[in-house]
Design a protein around this ligand. Structure first.
Ligand code: PBG
Length: 330
């Protein structure tokens, strides 16, 4: 009896490798580095404008003329990629500003690429910031229409590629959007533009602060007829598989924190790079608790980023990218 107890204890001393900092580092399974992170940028109309977003402390909408300075600051911190969102009041039924050559996103992408050619410029492809209804597709018979939205979504992606985007990121959750984009890009000479598909994008309450930032809240109803039901994991795998078949280069799970199981499943089933979107609500919750002194922001954020890596994420889109760069560089 005693003998057995001693043997068990000796073979199960997992604390042996936790005894010192260096030893812990030697056996550490995952790591975070600045190049894991993609920083979202909100570009707005006007000159010399910096508009704070109430629920997202430290995040601002910047007019296009301020982007050059911003991008140099990000590059100097070691940030290698940004995800561009255009914000405008110019909205109509056809979302014409989404694919206008001189639209807000196109101008922003152009300035960023001119001022810092090595920066990997990704751009959100969706109609919701540009439709008068705030929905991600066109409205027909009071419904968000799938097939007629595809053409405009593909045009939006092409116009962003023409402006200089390296990666286009369709987020509208219309069926067939990746195929429509891939076809138009290829037939227009942009076969090298990559597609990061928001594949498993859930109809989430965690997007609240973003909709203020991007001025893109739906004017009626909700997004549940196109974004996924948060209850569904198997369906998420079908969405990812469909996007891979249609030509996605990177697939995304969004939101991040409440969907680590989805990331882990995707990691075990697919070999493409997987991105996680650590969305606005996740950011705001941590900022709010930190402001009250209830949590240690830096420790919590680093732990969260590590959890994405452990689950199997390759790239992380996060509003904390700048903070993380400061913390990891010092
Ligand atoms: C556009 C889009 C949304 C987000 C990214 N692209 C909002 C939405 O679907 O309502 C959310 C990002 C965030 O919350 O940080 N379709």
């Amino acid at each position: 009896m005693t003998e057995k107890k001693i043997n068990l204890a000796e073979s199960h001393r997992l604390r042996r490798l936790r005894g010192s900092k260096f030893l812990r580092e030697l056996v550490q399974e995952n790591d975070i580095k600045v190049s894991d992170f993609i920083y979202p940028l909100f570009a707005c109309e006007g000159q010399n404008k910096r508009e704070p977003i109430a629920a997202m402390p430290g995040i601002e909408r910047l007019s296009v003329d301020l982007l050059e300075k911003e991008i140099h600051e990000l590059a100097s911190k070691g940030i290698k990629s940004v995800l561009v969102f255009g914000v405008t009041d110019r909205k109509d039924a056809q979302a014409s500003q989404a694919y206008a050559q001189d639209g807000i996103s196109q101008r922003a992408i152009h300035v960023i690429k001119e001022s810092c050619p090595e920066m990997v410029v990704m751009s959100d492809v969706c109609l919701c910031p540009f439709t008068d209804t705030g929905h991600c597709g066109l409205i027909e018979n009071k419904r968000v229409a799938n097939d007629s939205s595809l053409e405009l979504i593909a045009k939006t992606a092409l116009s962003q590629a023409q402006a200089g985007a390296d990666v286009v990121a369709p987020s509208a959750m219309m069926d067939g959007q990746v195929a429509a984009i891939r076809e138009l890009l290829s037939s227009s000479g942009y076969q090298d533009t990559a597609i990061m598909a928001y594949s498993a994008k859930f109809a989430s309450a965690f997007y609240g602060p973003f909709r203020e930032a991007a001025n893109s809240a739906p004017q009626f109803g909700d997004r549940k007829s196109y974004q996924m039901n948060p209850a569904n994991l198997r369906e998420a795998m079908r969405e990812i598989e469909a996007d891979i078949e249609q030509g996605a280069d990177i697939v995304m799970v969004k939101p991040g924190m409440p969907y680590l199981d989805v990331i882990a499943h995707a990691r075990s089933e697919f070999d493409l790079p997987i991105a996680a979107y650590n969305v606005s609500g996740e950011f705001s919750m941590i900022k709010a608790a930190a402001e009250r002194g209830w949590i240690d922001e830096q420790a919590v954020v680093k732990e969260l980023m590590l959890s994405f890596k452990r689950a199997g994420t390759d790239l992380i889109i996060t509003y904390f990218a700048k903070d993380l760069a400061n913390w990891l560089n010092n």
